[in-house]
Structures are given as C-alpha cells and as structure tokens.
Design a binder for this molecule. Structure first.
Ligand SMILES: C[S@@+](CC[C@H](N)C(=O)[O-])C[C@H]1O[C@@H](n2cnc3c(N)ncnc32)[C@H](O)[C@@H]1O
Length: 258
C-alpha cells in the first residue's frame, strides 16, 4: 500500500515512520509512505502557503494553488489519466466522516492514497472542491493541523496490511474488528496487587481458553460499549455460541446489579 502525505511540517513524520510496526512495515516494503513538503509546490520567492481570508475575520487561510498543483503532480506520478487508477485523495478535516474500523478498511482497499494535512485556520474551500475525494476526521474536536490525524490513519491502515502485524490472529481479535471489543489480556507476573491471572488462562485447556475469551470480549463490550451490541445486525453477526454466552453475561450483569 502506498500513502503520500502533503504537509508544511514534513519533519513531524520522521520518527513516527521509523519506529515500531510502521517502521518495520516500511523497511520490509509492505508499506510505502512518502512525505512531501507543500512548500515545494509554491511558485513565489517566499514559498508562502497562506493568506488573509476574503471577508475578513481571524486566522490565515491556506492558499489553493500549491495544494492543487501538489495533488495533481502526485496523482500524475502514479498515472492519473484515462482508464488508469489514480490515488484516492483524503483531506484530514474535523468536518469529515468520523474514522472508524469500517472506514479504515474501506480506505485500505484503495491501496494508493494522498493525505492532505491542513494547518492555520483552514484550507481554501476550492481545494476540497477540485482535488479531494473525501474528508476524514479523527473525532469531534479541533486540532491545529492534519499531521497527527494522518499518522493515526497511517498506523491504523498499516495494521490491515498483510504481514505487518505478525500474528494475523492478533488483528482479528482487535477491538471493533468483529464488532466487539477485545478480551482482557494478562502476562507475567501471575499476581499483581493481589489480583491473580484467571485460572483458565494457565490451564492449558485451549477450548476453555477460547470460550473464556469469547465470553470476556462480550462482557467488555456490554460494559464499556453496549451501543456496539444494539443494532439488530450486530446480534445477527454473533454465532449461536456467542449469543448463548451473551445471554449468560447479561444474566450475570443483572445479578451483580441486585
Ligand atoms: C485548526 S484546524 C481547522 C479547523 C476548521 N477551522 C474548522 O473548524 O473546521 C486546521 C487543520 O487541522 C486538521 N484537523 C483538525 N482537527 C482535525 C480532526 N478532528 N480530524 C482531522 N483533521 C483535523 C485539518 O487538516 C484542518 O485543516
């Protein structure tokens, strides 16, 4: 998968792209990330990328021409033209569709992305109208720039690329992947602050461990994110065994409330 990033702060990405799973994915060639300085696409002596807003008001607006030039140039690199696939252009914006597991998977299928990271008050609207396919937000709050949201997206995307996370299993069990939260995990030491590891996990009984994990994933979802279990299609996704486990977990929760 290839991701190209447009930003006025390319230096923010270097440690992120060199570290941990993302770093290893890039090293192994499973993921290609190229970070481009928007200022390289300016044409004035000062390499300026912002100007005062028409109509007055506070804040500087990022000018459209460098963005449009940059996105077109980067799209051209991978053959924008008739019949050829061009990269999918995503503007990081608090006004976009909220990033969730489904959106990450959908974007992962594009395989070739350009991410536009805004700064200042915002980017001139004509950029969105001409060279953006989609706006994506990482949540209902406003950051000062699109770089952190782009990193969030790149890291989430990297986990979908086969081979990046060693055990495919650990991605399959990730929260949200199957519409549920992940089950609780434990490692050594066996007792912490008088809390012992659940016995089943050291029993060596793999079927019992699988059933325990299934039940605990349902318990965590019910306690922390009951909304995930509410829509009828969420229940339809559960196996008969999971539905039985959910009933059991619900009964236990009701009993605990009394
Ligand atoms: C100060 S923000 C602009 C906010 C804009 N004035 C508004 O209220 O919609 C500057 C840049 O940060 C990025 N940004 C801020 N919050 C974001 C979020 N929640 N998700 C994605 N990008 C965000 C966007 O790229 C945006 O252009």
């Amino acid at each position: 998968m290839r991701v190209q990033v447009l930003t006025i702060f390319p230096e923010l990405f270097a440690p992120f792209l060199a570290t941990s799973l993302v770093g290893r994915a890039i090293e192994k060639g499973l993921l290609e990330v190229r970070v481009h300085d928007l200022r390289s696409f300016t044409e004035d002596r000062h390499r300026s990328v912002d100007d005062e807003p028409y109509g007055g008001g506070g804040g500087m607006v990022m000018t459209a021409p460098p963005w449009i030039r940059a996105v077109r140039a980067l799209s051209g690199e991978s053959g924008e033209g008739e019949g050829e696939e061009r990269p999918w252009r995503v503007l990081l914006s608090p006004q976009g569709a909220r990033l969730d597991e489904a959106k990450v998977r959908e974007l992962g299928e594009k395989r070739d992305l350009i991410l536009l990271c805004g700064r200042y008050e915002v980017i001139d609207e004509r950029v969105r109208l001409t060279v953006v396919d989609e706006e994506v937000s990482i949540g209902d709050y406003v950051l000062s720039g699109g770089e952190l949201p782009a990193m969030v997206l790149i890291e989430a995307l990297s986990r979908q690329v086969p081979g990046v996370v060693k055990l495919a299993d650990s991605v399959e069990n990730d929260s949200f992947r199957a519409g549920l939260l992940d089950y609780p995990h434990y490692t050594r030491p066996p007792v912490v602050e008088e809390l012992a590891v659940p016995e089943v996990l050291t029993s060596g009984d793999h079927a019992a461990i699988r059933r325990w994990r299934q039940r605990e994933a349902l318990r965590a979802t019910l306690a922390k994110r009951p909304d995930l279990l509410n829509p009828p299609e969420a229940l339809a996704r559960l196996t008969p065994e999971q539905r039985r486990a959910l009933d059991q977990v619900r009964d236990e929760a009701r009993r605990d409330e009394k």
